[in-house]
Design a protein around this ligand. Structure first.
Ligand code: SF4
Length: 264
């Protein structure tokens, strides 16, 4: 993201300087066009995940400028028309939480109209912390996308506070309950070990209960691919990840494991 952001906020250490970036290769979605509705060059997110590779936020009350929708339209059009490779997906990611954009539903409308004109077969994907899904207008807008990848790393409140650190009080069960209302939700789960370990049996048992309530279309398990903010964290072992995947399979849910981390 110093020049162009190449990965999702969970997996990148630099900030996006633009509203649109790429195309970039992605293990999950192929060659993608990245869309950053967050402020340029500054993180804005309801969570402070210990592993966030964008880095720390300068404070939730700081005034920031979110992406301008006219500029979004121009940049997407230019990027699609000049892309050197076929683009497999448009991915809303960038410098934090896209749904915090004050005109998120309108941004989705802009993207849907552009997609109809420029690339009718290209899916539009949102990577999200899910914290805003309780707002009806956000839920409705998300329902129009092709895939909404909702973060679910913890089953217990204590682990949610420790690992994801929401700025404001939020019940860990709330996000999966909201996401359950979407037909297009998947769960994306960062597994870590070391100073925080969300692969412990009691934590996985609580996590599986939330997954059962959420019933996502798919679960993507991944781990650290780059140095996290908290130095004591380390990637989950491939064996631990497979063990979690096996338990998810037993719930008759589709699961994919990215033991080397994700690059999208
Ligand atoms: S949800 Fe977590 S990992 Fe993603 S941008 Fe926010 S703090 Fe970083």
């Amino acid at each position: 993201m110093a020049s162009v952001l190449a990965m999702d906020p969970q997996l990148h250490s630099e900030l996006a300087p633009h509203t649109v970036y790429g195309p970039v290769p992605s293990r999950r979605y192929g060659v993608t066009l990245g869309i950053n509705l967050s402020p340029q060059g500054e993180k804005r997110c309801p969570l402070r995940c210990t592993y966030c590779q964008i880095g720390p936020e300068r404070g939730p009350n700081r005034h920031v400028e979110f992406a301008d929708l006219q500029r979004l339209q121009l940049e997407v059009t230019h990027a699609v028309r000049t892309a050197p490779l076929p683009i497999a997906a448009w991915v809303l990611s960038g410098n934090g939480e896209a749904t915090l954009h004050p005109e998120f539903p309108q941004a989705v409308e802009v993207l849907l109209q552009l997609r109809a004109q420029l690339a009718p077969q290209t899916p539009i994907v949102l990577l999200t912390s899910g914290t805003e899904l309780g707002r009806p207008e956000i839920l409705k807008a998300c329902g129009q996308l092709d895939e909404v990848a909702v973060k679910l790393d913890a089953g217990s409140q204590a682990l949610y506070q420790r690992l994801n650190m929401p700025w404001q009080a939020l019940d860990v069960a709330q996000v999966p309950m909201w996401a359950a209302k979407l037909r297009n939700a998947i769960a994306q789960t960062m597994l870590v070990q070391g100073s925080v370990d969300n692969t412990l049996p009691e934590e996985i048992a609580a996590y599986l209960k939330l997954l059962q309530q959420m019933r996502p279309q798919r679960v993507d398990l991944y781990t650290l691919a780059r140095p996290p903010i908290e130095q004591g964290l380390r990637p989950a072992s491939a064996a631990a990840m497979q063990q979690v995947a096996d338990q998810i399979n037993q719930l008759s849910l589709v699961v994919r494991v990215f033991a080397d981390g994700l690059d999208d």
